[in-house]
Design a protein around this ligand. Structure first.
Ligand code: IMP
Ligand code: MG
Length: 175
């Protein structure tokens, strides 16, 4: 039976989300921003974060997939893109977790190709252990976590457990 261990409580997440929003509000003051929420994992984070954003903003949604089922191969494909014109605009990508950094790199190139004036990344979690050398580092990070598989608050295991209001780690027990 697998057990879920709470890593970050909903109260801690709520406080951090406000802190991140405050930083974005200060750093982008007076500018028009486009948030890009990476589905499905960042949906809950983006929904909570944008409630605290006081900037002139719009939000777009993208969904990525991989060709072979594992998300950390670097072989990404876009399952859902957006049509909005972001040329000359400041883009802030909202992502659930950065692991190897392939996803961030892929998104960066894609959004620069769409002519964004700037592209920054705001991620809830960072697992730096598995980062590939030279990978993009996010500008805004909620929590740095140890090398454990994170679930909850949008993050899934095999599509499940996204609804948990806290971030947990999955402890897999062989029985
Ligand atoms: P990267 O491309 O290796 O940085 O992986 C980032 C993507 O892999 C995220 O968007 C997540 O969808 C997924 N991912 C990486 N680590 C975890 C985890 O611990 N739990 C859930 N999803 C993860
Ligand atoms: Mg993802």
């Amino acid at each position: 039976m697998d057990t879920i261990r709470e890593m970050i409580s909903r109260q801690c997440i709520a406080k951090k989300v406000e802190e991140l929003a405050d930083k974005l509000n200060a750093d982008y003051e007076g500018r028009e921003v486009v948030l890009v929420c990476v589905l499905k994992g960042a949906a809950m984070f983006a929904a909570d974060l944008m409630r605290h954003i006081k900037l002139d903003m719009t939000i777009e949604y993208m969904e990525l997939g991989s060709y072979d089922g594992s998300e950390s191969t670097g072989k990404m494909r876009i399952k859902k893109d957006f049509d909005a014109d972001i040329s000359g605009k400041d883009v802030i990508v909202i992502e659930d977790i950065v692991d190897t950094g392939f996803t961030l790199q892929f998104l960066y190139e894609h959004l620069v190709a769409k002519d964004a004036a700037s592209v920054a990344f705001c991620v809830l979690l960072s697992n730096p252990t598995r980062r590939k050398e030279g990978a993009r580092e996010p500008e805004y990070v909620g929590f740095v976590i140890p090398n454990q598989f994170a679930i909850g608050y949008g993050l899934d295991y095999d599509g499940k457990l996204r609804q948990l209001p806290f971030v947990g780690s999955l402890v897999m027990v062989q029985d």
